[in-house]
Ligand binder design. Sequence first.
Ligand SMILES: Nc1ncnc2c1ncn2[C@@H]1O[C@H](COP(=O)(O)OP(=O)(O)O)[C@@H](O)[C@H]1O
Ligand SMILES: [Mg+2]
Length: 244
Amino acid sequence: MQDLLVLKKLTKYFGGVAAAKDVDLNLKGGMRLGIIGPNGAGKTTIFNMITGEIKPSAGTIEFEGEPIHRLKPHHISKKGIGRTFQIVRVFDEIPVYDNVLIGALAKELRFKPTQEQHREVDEIIEMTGLQEYRELNAENLTVSAKKRVGLATVLVTKPKLLLLDELMAGLTFVEIDEILELLRKINGEMGITLVVVEHVMKAVMELCERIIVISSGEKIAEGPPQEVANNKKVIDVYLGEERK
Ligand SMILES: Nc1ncnc2c1ncn2[C@@H]1O[C@H](COP(=O)(O)OP(=O)(O)O)[C@@H](O)[C@H]1O
Ligand SMILES: [Mg+2]
């Protein structure tokens, strides 16, 4: 089967500094991939290149066999790539329902929702456990619920590939478990391929089938969670602190 996403020698320079350098990746549809690495390693930069928000300095990105690295963010999103942001982006002054509806409308570039879109918003709100908040303005929500609104807003666009940037940062252990259960459903029931950037190691290890480790813009390791966790280079640059 053809890979869903292929990165070849993906590179981004900011000034003279390489935020990402020669990053290769082959990702099959249906997978759950984790990206870990120290702050400033280049993880968000890789996401920004995949979604078209920043253009690579060199290298290529293929999605379903087609190059996408010259496309605009809106076209990339139409092809089926969705993301959430490290700093949650929701409209605080409107209800949760309307936030999610805006996601559905933006995808189709429509201003008047169809019955079908209302139905899809209802379905996603229920799936993400937001029913009890649906009429509340987003500003009244906890961080965890706001993050689920961000997730719902992108899920309603029915992406094939979903990039999640530190979705679990700042959540309690109970909230992390809830998100993990939701992510398994999104992957298993909706068939959405997941790439998660996370610092919460326990969550990454539990959720992901494969992990890549980025340090100073370069991929320094790749493999199943246990193998990566025992890799000496990875322990030296990233995991060491947590094991002391
Ligand atoms: N828009 C930008 N302009 C200049 N430098 C940037 C920009 N975005 C990120 N960087 C730099 O690129 C490096 C990688 O950042 P980032 O991808 O945000 O890392 P991570 O998500 O792994 O913490 C950092 O040194 C950061 O300061
Ligand atoms: Mg980041």
